[in-house]
Structure formats: C-alpha cells, structure tokens
Design a protein around this ligand. Sequence first.
Ligand code: GTR
Length: 415
Amino acid sequence: AHVGHPTNMEPQTNYDESAVPSYELPDPLIDAAGNPVATAADWQSRRRPEILRLFEDEVYGRMPGPFESSHTEILDEDPGALGGRAVRRQTRLRFGDDETSPAMDLLLYLPSEATGPTRVFLGLNFFGNHSIHTDPGIRLSTEWMQSSKSNQIVDHRATEASRGVFASRWPVADILARGYGLATIYCGDLDPDFDDGYANGVHPLFYQDGQTQPEPHQWGSISAWAWGLSRGLDVLEEDDAVDAAHVAVMGHSRLGKTALWAGACDERFALVISNNSGCGGAALARRRFGETVAAINGNFPHWFCDNHRAYNDCEDELPVDQHQLIALAAPRPVYVASAIDDQWADPKGEYLASRHASPVYELLGQRELDAQQMPPVSQPLADGSIGYHVRPGGHDVTTYDWNRWMDFADRHWRG
Ligand code: GTR
C-alpha cells in the first residue's frame, strides 16, 4: 500500500547540496523588535506567542477553539480485541446536533493487561481507521477518500478489501506489547484532502454569517487536521483508562507537518513526533532543497492559509522558518525522523531544523541536539530532548521508526 503522490518532479527541483543558496535563519531567541530573549519566562510569555502568531498568520492559518455543541458517543467497546491482547474502543465526536453534522471517529487500542491509565500515541491516518489493521471490528470508513487502486479505494470510498492496507505503518501489537496505547482518526473526517474552497469538513462550522471561506490568515486543511488532533485529545482526556498527561502526537508526511503544528498549538501534547514531514514540516524552507514553498502551494492549495502564497519563491521573506516550529514544542520532547531516500522531504533540512531549535531547549534547561553534523543512517541522536534519526529507505513509516519513538518515550516518561 502506498500513497499516490503527485509528480514530485518539478523540473526546477534542487537535489544538489552545493546549489543550496546561502541563507540566514530567523533567530528564535531574538524577538521581532530585535531584542534578545534571555530567560525561560521571557520565551514562554513573550517570544513563544509571537512566533506562534507568525506561524498562524503566515503559514497554517489560525484555528478556532473547540466547537460548542459537540457530542461524544461511544460506538462500541471490545475488551477482548486482537485475540484478547487489546481493549478496543471506538468513539464518535459529532460537531453539531444532527446526523448530518461532521463527525470524527476515534479508534483506540489499549493493552488488555494494563493495570492503570495508559500512555497513548495519537496520530491521524490517510485512508480510514480500518486501514491501520485487519481487525474486522474496526468500523469501515464511509467518508470520501482519495481513490486508489492499490489501496482498494473505489470511487472515493473504502471497500472491505482496504482493511489493513497500511498495517505496516501501525505496528499495533508491538505498541501494545510495550505498554502503550494507540489512538487514530481519519484525517478526512476533519477535512477531505482536496481543494474544494473549504466547503466541506469542519471549516464551515465556524463561518460567520455570509462567510464562504476562511480569511487569508485563517485555517487551511493542515490547521483543520491539527484541530482534530486536539479534539482527539479532548476525547482521550475523558477516558479514565488513558493517561492524558502522557499523549504523544505523531504523524507521517502531510500528517507529520500536522503533528508538529498540533504540538505547537496545543501544549497538552506531552511529546511530539514528525515522520518524513519535509516542506511545511520539519525541513527548513530557506534551503529550497526538494519540495519548495511554491511547489507545495501549487500542488496543494488547500493545505496552508492563503497568506502563505506570498512566500512562493520568496522564502527569505518568511518571518519564521521551520526550526522555530520545532522549538514551539519546547520544553516537551520532540522527535524528528527522516528517511535517506526521501530527498523530496530534505532529510538534511530536517536535521538542521532540529539542531537550530536547540537554543530554545537549552534556554529552558533541556538537553539540546548536540551533534554538529548530520548523523549517518541508523544512528539515532536521541539522548536529549530533541530526537533525530535518518533511516535507510524511502518515504514511509516503519517499525524501526516506531521502535525509536517508543525508546524515546520510555526514556522521557519512565526514566
Ligand atoms: C507529497 C507532498 C509532501 C508530503 C507527501 C505526503 O506529495 O509533496 O509534502 O506531504 O505528499 O503527505 O505523503
């Protein structure tokens, strides 16, 4: 199973390190007026909100708070799922009062041998909750999704044959065996991933009278997905079997961009994980290596806010760069994972952004990413509060990645 990509082959794409332009990164510890940020309190109360606001207004778009008339319904529970290894719970959060209101379904697995509240990894998926495992008890998504022959999505709808098509990206048994829970939501429940001028999904719930699409500084699809992750955390907070103070938000690719953004906006997430998130995620925009701002806004006009288009081919004008997005996770642990053959996502740019987030972690008394060089493949740098690895292979999520994240979570949460 794989995600159908657009061409990813812009003729002008640069894959040559020697052709990376020289650039100057905005300093996370110098504010917009040019004053240094010298204390943790100064960062937290003044500089952090300033950077967050710039990412809202110039990159992803501002998102609203929770929807007022939301209703939670537990759809089903099975204490003996996966051959008795798991408790499976499916919860629907409906935004609005009637059956036609948009809703998101959260699938949760917890280890059946858990004796107390469980720490959970929460991530969005691309093709429905049923795509993460062959478990016949998972409700088959009925929502729109990208048609895909290889993933058994026919006429934009999931089929029974699409159960488990992405199981390799979600090693549920391993996660449970290590004592963690896993929660997931289909991103299309929040906003179907195509450009329709924001007529569907959750955006219209918040339109003012007469408004038909978000303002140029208001949320695009990545913000809507990130908003959904926060609503997922709301659901988990209501669940006594979940240790909601230890929820890691993770995501791959466009959903990895989303995980970083969700972790920046919602400080309840205790740990933040980006996998192969690339442009608009963990990779520095100013390097213009692989996917660029112009390429991503061209191929996916609905992901970012409209203001972001002003930076097409003008990356140096951006008031922020992606190392500052990673820094917004501080002081919470953050992990950035790259894949060496995924040059479109610029693994080196992802490493550099992680390293340049370090001064903020240091200021907050955390151990930074102290390697001056990008590490070789399969040599994770994960002793501090910023974890980084580049693994062999291409654009994907593997058990290797999950094992590193679980090692990292163990280290931070279990000492
Ligand atoms: C690509 C896109 C990347 C990444 C990827 C994915 O086509 O250019 O930014 O998001 O899709 O989400 O799989």
